[in-house]
Write a protein that binds this ligand. Sequence first.
Ligand SMILES: NC(=O)c1ccc[n+]([C@@H]2O[C@H](COP(=O)([O-])OP(=O)(O)OC[C@H]3O[C@@H](n4cnc5c(N)ncnc54)[C@H](O)[C@@H]3O)[C@@H](O)[C@H]2O)c1
Length: 321
Amino acid sequence: MAKIRVAVVGAGGIAGAHLRAYAAHAERCEIVGIADVLESAAREKAETYGGAVFSDGVAMLDALRPYALSICTPPKYRLPYVEAAAARGIAVLCEKPPARTLAETGAIVDAMSGKLLQFAFCHRFHRPLQAAQDLIRGGALGKLVQIENRFAFRFARAGVSWFTDADIAGGGILIDTLVHSIDIFRALTGDEIERTRAALSSTLPIRVEDSASLLVQGAGGVIGSLNCSWVTPVAEAIVKIHGTEGQAVIDYNAEAGLRYRLAEDENWTTRRFDAPDRFVAQADHFLRCIESGGEPLVSGADGLAVMRVIESAYESVGMRS
Ligand SMILES: NC(=O)c1ccc[n+]([C@@H]2O[C@H](COP(=O)([O-])OP(=O)(O)OC[C@H]3O[C@@H](n4cnc5c(N)ncnc54)[C@H](O)[C@@H]3O)[C@@H](O)[C@H]2O)c1
């Protein structure tokens, strides 16, 4: 099979992870183009990863006719690229959050109807999380009771970039980061979230939230406490899963990505995981879906389900009508 010709639009921070991941699969795909409104950003990435440089992403699609496109722009600019890709029959790996609103997410999903659309909820490909899913499915943790999660760090770009401009980002940390938490809760429980209570706050002089907590409950009764902050200095990225027969902890900053302790255990069992990291595994899955015509693990329906929770959380605090 000929190599899959991939292109990337939006050549900032996360584009680097997509490009690195495609480069790790160089035997199966070729990076043919990189576009960014800031041409210098695209050029800088192309110096490392190859590909032609464009300042206009749609012109890139017309010139190169890639088979697949990673969309790594800020949320506001995704839909036009999705529509352009859909019109040209190009498969899309779209960064998170899926869009600024549920309606915009719906437009993305509709545009890609019948075509390959994968949302980049990369934690689905985090091996400690997959191992925790195996523990849960195998019944080792018993019946799930509670899931606690915290993603927090001091984010230097908060207040000085598009990340805190609601028109571009759709909101603050709730939509930017807590989308991951919601997706992780759904992936671990296998349930849709039926109830949501949100609390948002801002310490910075910004018009969106820099900290967010969500209390959720899945259809099966599992309770989730999901917490994110851009203003606390001690970086934390942790998911604690509590079941009637044991506890598992996914700690992104620990050497052992997963530790668990069952009811009869005196000590924790720790598990370390080697490469591939979640971005390389995510790209592998996307390429495999193209090669085999398979359904993506993270589909349009997942994007819609996550955005329904986001929307109801913003509505509950009066930030959406
Ligand atoms: N999956 C993850 O874990 C993860 C991690 C980081 C960021 N992200 C997401 O990826 C998205 C991008 O984040 P980032 O950190 O790369 O941002 P960034 O600001 O570093 O990069 C965005 C790039 O898009 C370019 N751009 C803006 N408008 C454009 C347009 N219309 N056409 C083409 N290029 C355009 C900008 O010039 C910039 O280079 C965000 O939504 C963010 O939430 C996801």
